[in-house]
Design a protein around this ligand. Structure first.
Ligand code: ZN
Length: 458
């Protein structure tokens, strides 16, 4: 892939001992560098040649590094959980974590809380190599979350939360009110170069047929995506069967609400007919394995994500929330996905480290409908690049297969530098655009206020 960049101004060269482009069929490349102009990759070529033709360009990386595309987190709540991180007890009966913790925490969340939560979550994500995050659909103040994306310098998708079926403790809004809030976010992000406005609903059984059809149409007409929660537990199938006589994905397909623009959060409890409908409509799924283990949702008995992938389904890996899996570490979630796949099938030959990394990079981009923009180190794509430090203890000695070592021996701890849209947003493990220590002081204060005001744990 030799590209002449002699006439292009190169702003940054990312150099590494080994480069994983994650392009289809590609293996890792030695002595390779990536040239960046503005927010784009303009060349992936031999290091010597690129350095010679652009002697003036700053260089990061070098010896002892591995480069790969920025990771994608396909389902992440950026507000609500962050300021009460890892605080919801892990031995509660179903429902109590939502009604005694999550709902009051969200109800007491201010706009300032939303911005701080999103900033902290995106810092952790970036430090673990994530450059693109799909907000999962529970944001009350999208403008403040967008400010969080801007503060950290990473990309993603963002909507406003919405539901029109009354759920405790809030009444539902009208369909028009929900859709208007989504349009507001689309206007807010219209000219943003890293964050796309998506249509987001809470999902589950908190959406009428009228709302999900109209929301899906809005996403399709705006040429954007839609995401909502479906069937992380078997309570969604139970409520759909009672209301409609059909399982959720069958009912949604009969309404015409599924399609390639739809990214379902979870899809753990799916019947045969639902799997067929999702494949026939090319609907994608965000798979968050740590959340199902932390919450005891039955993925090891019911999960069919690997079968879905093997039959051609589009799947991206996600991390969910700071009280559902907790760590925002896509590499850790990818390793878990690979381990679960092998163990659930009692078959060591399937879904290894290479497949897991694919579903955190190019495969994830495909699930988001964004494989022409992100997910691999390819000329013309957004310059989202992770540099892994391969001098740490987990990298000694170096394996001839860096993907095996990255997934099974390491995780986000090895990430050293991160480039997002051509800008260095993490250097030596620290965010470059925000002051982490002052945010930590603010987080402790806001945490205390939120716990007090929302009467959490009482
Ligand atoms: Zn979620």
């Amino acid at each position: 892939m030799s590209d002449s960049t002699s006439t292009t101004a190169v702003d940054l060269i990312v150099s590494a001992d080994t480069v994983l482009t994650m392009e289809p069929g590609a293996t890792h490349r030695a002595n390779t560098s990536i040239a960046i102009s503005g927010d784009r990759i303009v060349a992936v070529d031999a290091t010597d040649a690129l350095l010679e033709s652009h002697p003036e360009a700053p260089v990061i990386g070098g010896a002892g590094t591995l480069a790969l595309p920025g990771l994608i987190n396909a389902h992440q709540h950026l507000t609500g959980d962050r300021l009460i991180r890892s605080m919801i007890p892990d031995d509660l009966e179903p429902g109590r974590s939502i009604f005694e913790w999550a709902v009051p925490a969200h109800a007491a969340h201010t706009g300032d809380d939303d911005e701080l939560s999103a900033t902290l979550s995106l810092i952790e994500a970036a430090c673990n190599g994530v450059t693109f995050t799909v907000e999962a659909g529970t944001v009350a103040h999208p403008d403040r979350v967008l400010a969080g994306f801007d503060a950290v310098g990473v990309g993603g998708t963002l909507g406003s939360w919405g539901w029109d079926v009354a759920g405790e403790p809030w009444a539902g809004d009208t369909v028009d009110e929900v859709l208007e809030r989504q349009r507001e976010v689309q206007r807010l992000t219209e000219r943003h170069d890293r964050v796309d406005g998506w249509v987001t609903l809470v999902g589950h059984d908190l959406m009428s047929d009228e709302l999900v059809v109209a929301a899906s149409e809005l996403a399709r007409d705006s040429n954007t995506g839609i995401t909502f929660h479906l069937s992380p537990t078997d309570s969604d199938p139970a409520s759909y069967l009672e209301r409609t006589g059909k399982r959720p994905a069958v009912h949604l397909d009969d309404l015409g609400a599924l399609g390639p623009h739809v990214l379902l959060g979870h899809g753990v409890h799916l019947g045969d007919d639902e799997l067929d409908r999702l494949l026939a409509t090319d609907t994608a799924i965000a798979y968050c394995p740590w959340a199902y283990l932390r919450l005891g949702q039955g993925v090891t008995r019911a999960g069919r994500h690997i079968e879905f992938i093997q039959r051609g389904g589009r799947v991206a890996i996600g991390c969910d929330a700071e009280n559902a899996g907790d760590a925002i570490d896509v590499l850790g979630a990818a390793a878990l996905a690979a381990g679960l796949a092998k163990d659930m099938a009692v078959d060591a030959t399937i879904f290894g480290a290479h497949a897991a990394l694919h579903h955190a990079t190019l495969g994830a981009a495909d699930a988001l409908g964004m494989s022409d923009e992100i997910g691999s180190l390819s000329v013309g794509k957004r310059a989202d690049i992770v540099l892994v430090d391969t001098t740490g203890p987990e990298w000694v000695p170096l394996s001839p297969d860096p993907v095996l070592q990255l997934i099974w021996a390491s995780d986000g701890r090895s990430v050293r530098d991160v480039v997002s849209s051509g800008r260095v947003v993490v250097r030596d493990g620290e965010p470059t655009l925000v002051d982490r220590s002052s945010l930590a002081v603010e987080a402790a204060e806001r945490h205390a206020r939120l716990v007090r005001d929302a009467r959490l744990g009482h």
